[in-house]
Every structure is written in structure tokens, then in C-alpha cells.
Design a protein around this ligand. Structure first.
Ligand SMILES: Nc1nc2c(c(=O)[nH]1)N[C@H]1C(S)=C(S)[C@@H](COP(=O)(O)O)O[C@H]1N2
Ligand SMILES: [Mo]
Length: 429
């Protein structure tokens, strides 16, 4: 068989999406099949059979030990933070292996535990309604075949990434740095979908809802909204693939919103309903949860009250050393390669600098391939630790808007938006 006779990956992907009856029966569609099986493994994970292997997270407080889990569908070697709803963290070494975070190690975060076990790709519909000229009910086929396809590499980061480093400590998932990931997203422009429905004048926001539901009836369903101009900026997309494969169920199969440069709370998963609003969305998830102090770096003093709060939005620059972990022993006087990843937040990476003397002096690093302004960017340099003993190594990203990471840590009650220059203690021997 010649290569030309093989279906292209794109074609094969379309076939998986459009032949729903054949999907379950066709062994060649194994990945898609897994998406159908869904969360069957979740009930198993509720019994503590997982904890043979653990990881020690370099957090400010206990517990630092976390199990490594293989008990969730389509996930392997992830750090278990919580079982129901699933909170799974990406181990740091996944970020050292490449600029794209593998789907099976991509972190997972849900607010409510009622998540469909499976989604039938044949009957699934995305509704577009509200302040529109024409209500739409779109099948996956309509989206995949009927609209221009777009692709974008972007970092998905939880607002509370690195919350475990907040001092004084704050409640919420005690994430280390692995509540983030970088992927190539494939889908359609939200704008194209909205234009097909036709937005009526007077529309001000667009609200997104997924198939997950609260565990008790009066709890607020998870929904997020964007301003109409943001929703129509041509960058916000409805993704149906991630790193060239269908979305893992736990990352939002079959559709999720991608809001480049914005914290992932807006990246609504299992997206099934889009409502154009002519009034501001005052739902709990917009006005109570995911708000930050309206101060530089969302920073306040612990205990400070009377602070104006605003919805969290754009991300800020961050960078990480991925090949040297806290407490590492390095050869004194000999060159050591140091590398990692950086991202600019809501814009690209301009430069990444490295310090081996706790921030007194900085050296430039070499940047890796540029996959676009919303992507991780790899960086690398080398240094020779001067003298034996303890050192603090650091890395600092400056983005293309000339915003650099701060050298003191922010603090707020929710543990949001950490982006301080991180210090890694090492010893030269
Ligand atoms: N439907 C739905 N979408 C959601 C959420 C949710 O609870 N339900 N959580 C949001 C938050 S706060 C985060 S951090 C991201 C996590 O995305 P991931 O699980 O794909 O990493 O999903 C976002 N989208
Ligand atoms: Mo989040």
C-alpha cells in the first residue's frame, strides 16, 4: 500500500467524528472508543487502590506527599489531588520532556462531581440561543465539517496554579506548578458560530455552559461569560481536538471553549450551551467565585478587608526550571545545563533570564521554537555553581509587553495568580 492510500490524520479524525454508529464497533477507532467508555474508571478510583506510588511536592506546607494515579480514563501518571470531582495535576517532569503537554498527563479540574460518563457523538448538540436572530442546534458534524477550521497553541492554566505555595496558606486545591499545560487546540472560531446565529443588537455578553451538573439541585451550575467583543475577537475558539486527538473526556470531550491568554476558568468543558445575553451575567461563578483584588498582581495583605474585587481575566508571565528540582546536588565549578519553560501570559515571551546567585545577577538564556504568543516557550542555558554549598537558582520571564515576573510573591484569599520568580534551592558539592 502506498502512503497516498492511507487516510490523512485529519480525514481519519473527521471519520471518527461523523460515523457515530461505526465508532463503537470499529476497532481501528480505539482512541475514540475510549472517549465513549468515559468515566467508568472513576468509581474504581473511589477506593484507595492507587497509592503504591507517591510524589513529594515542594510545597510550603503539608501534606507534601501525593499519590501518582493511573486510575482515571485516558490519564496516566498524574498526581492525584482529589478523586471526586477529579483534580489531577501534571508532574513537573512532563514539562521537561517537551513544549506540548501530553494529553494523558494534562491536568484536570472540575467543580462538580456530576460529569457524564460518556457523550454520544451522534446525538450530542451544541445549542446557541438567547439574544440571537436564529437559535441553533449544532451537531459535531456541523461544527467539524461546516465551519472553517482553526488551530492555535495555547497554555491552559488554572487561576489557582501553585496555590500550595501561598503563605499564609489559603483553602482550595493545594496545587504545585502542575495545574497548567500547553496544547495545540483545533476547532472553530466562536465568532463564526455566533455569526451563524446572528447576534441581535443590544447583546453584551455570551454565557457558556457544559454538561456537568452540581451535586445538589440548588448549587450553582458552573457557567462562565465573556464580553461580546471578546467572544467575537476571532481567537476564542470552540475546540474539538487537543494535540491532534479528540479531547480526553476529563478535559472536556467533545467540545471545550479555548480563551487564549485567559485563565482556564473561562475554558468551559463539555460545552453544550451558548447563550447570548443582553444583561450582565451575575451568576455565582462570575461575581463571587474567581474574583481577585483589583490591585497590582491581585495582591493584598493577609486579613486586609474592604478591597474592590473584579473577575479574574488575563494571565501574567511565568517561568519554571524543569530539569533541576529543589534540593538537587550539582557539581561545584562544573557546567550544568539548566532548562525549562516560560510563557508570557496574555502575550508572547520576549526574554527569559537565569540567576544562580539568588537574583543578584542575571544571564540571558536561549529560547526554543516559537509556537505563537500563547504557547509555552522552552529556554536553556548553562552555569557553573561557584563554590560548594547552598545556592538559590531562579528564572525570570519578561513578556513582549515588557511585563516581567515580580520578585516578591503576591497574596490573596483565593490563592490566585501566583507569578513570582520562583527560587529553587540547590547544593553544589
Ligand atoms: N464544564 C466545566 N468547565 C470547566 C470547569 C468546570 O468545572 N466545568 N472548570 C474550569 C476550570 S476552573 C479549570 S482550571 C479548567 C481545567 O481544565 P482541564 O481540566 O482541561 O485542565 O476547566 C474549566 N472549565
Ligand atoms: Mo481553575
Amino acid at each position: 500500500m502506498t502512503n497516498a492510500a492511507l487516510p490523512s490524520p485529519k480525514r481519519a479524525f473527521e471519520e471518527r467524528l461523523t460515523h457515530s454508529s461505526g465508532i463503537l464497533g470499529r476497532p481501528s477507532s480505539r482512541r475514540w472508543f475510549l472517549g465513549q467508555i468515559g468515566l467508568a474508571g472513576l468509581s474504581l478510583a473511589a477506593t484507595p487502590a492507587w497509592s503504591e506510588q507517591t510524589v513529594k511536592l515542594p510545597l510550603a506546607g503539608d501534606p507534601r506527599d501525593r499519590p501518582i494515579s493511573n486510575d482515571f480514563p485516558q490519564k496516566r501518571n498524574v498526581i492525584l489531588q482529589r478523586t471526586r470531582p477529579p483534580l489531577l495535576e501534571t508532574p513537573l517532569e512532563a514539562f521537561d520532556r517537551g513544549v506540548f503537554t501530553p494529553n494523558e498527563q494534562f491536568y484536570v479540574r472540575w467543580h462538580w462531581a456530576v460529569i457524564p460518563n460518556a457523550v454520544d457523538v451522534g446525538t450530542f448538540r451544541l445549542s446557541v440561543r438567547g439574544h440571537v436572530n436564529q437559535v441553533l442546534s449544532l451537531s459535531l458534524n456541523d461544527l467539524v465539517r461546516g465551519l472553517p477550521r482553526v488551530e492555535l497553541v495555547a497554555v491552559n492554566q488554572c487561576s489557582g496554579n501553585s496555590r500550595g505555595d501561598f503563605l499564609p496558606r489559603v483553602p482550595g486545591a493545594q496545587w504545585a506548578h502542575g495545574a497548567m499545560g500547553n496544547a495545540r487546540w483545533t476547532g472553530v472560531r466562536l465568532r463564526d458560530v455566533l455569526d451563524r446565529a446572528g447576534i441581535k443588537s443590544g447583546a453584551i455578553q455570551v454565557r457558556f455552559n457544559g454538561l456537568d451538573e452540581p451535586v445538589v439541585p440548588d448549587a450553582p451550575d458552573f457557567m462562565k461569560s465573556l464580553e461580546i467583543d471578546h467572544a467575537r475577537d476571532g481567537e476564542v475558539m470552540i475546540a474539538f481536538a487537543m494535540n491532534g486527538e479528540q479531547l480526553p473526556l476529563l478535559n472536556g470531550f467533545p467540545l471545550r471553549l479555548v480563551v487564549p491568554g485567559w485563565y482556564s476558568t473561562y475554558w468551559v468543558k463539555m460545552l453544550s450551551d451558548i447563550e447570548v445575553l443582553d444583561k450582565p451575567d451575575n451568576n455565582y461563578w462570575m461575581t463571587q467565585a474567581y474574583t481577585i483584588p483589583d490591585t497590582p498582581y491581585a495582591n493584598i495583605a493577609p486579613g486586609q478587608t474592604g478591597v474592590k474585587m473584579v473577575p479574574i481575566s488575563r494571565m501574567v508571565p511565568r517561568s519554571f526550571i524543569t530539569n533541576i528540582t529543589p534540593g538537587a546536588l550539582l557539581p561545584a565549578g562544573a557546567p550544568t545545563v539548566v532548562r525549562g519553560i516560560a510563557f508570557g501570559g496574555d502575550t508572547g515571551v520576549a526574554k527569559v533570564e537565569f540567576s544562580s546567585d539568588a537574583g543578584k545577577s542575571w544571564q540571558p538564556t536561549k529560547l526554543g521554537t516559537d509556537y505563537g504568543k500563547y504557547s509555552f516557550r522552552q529556554w536553556e542555558t548553562s552555569f557553573a555553581p561557584v563554590g560548594m554549598g547552598n545556592h538559590s537558582i531562579m528564572v525570570r520571564c519578561t513578556n513582549t509587553a515588557n511585563v516581567a515576573q515580580p520578585d516578591t510573591a503576591n497574596w490573596n484569599n483565593s490563592g490566585f495568580m501566583r507569578n513570582v520568580v520562583e527560587a529553587i534551592p540547590v547544593a553544589a558539592i
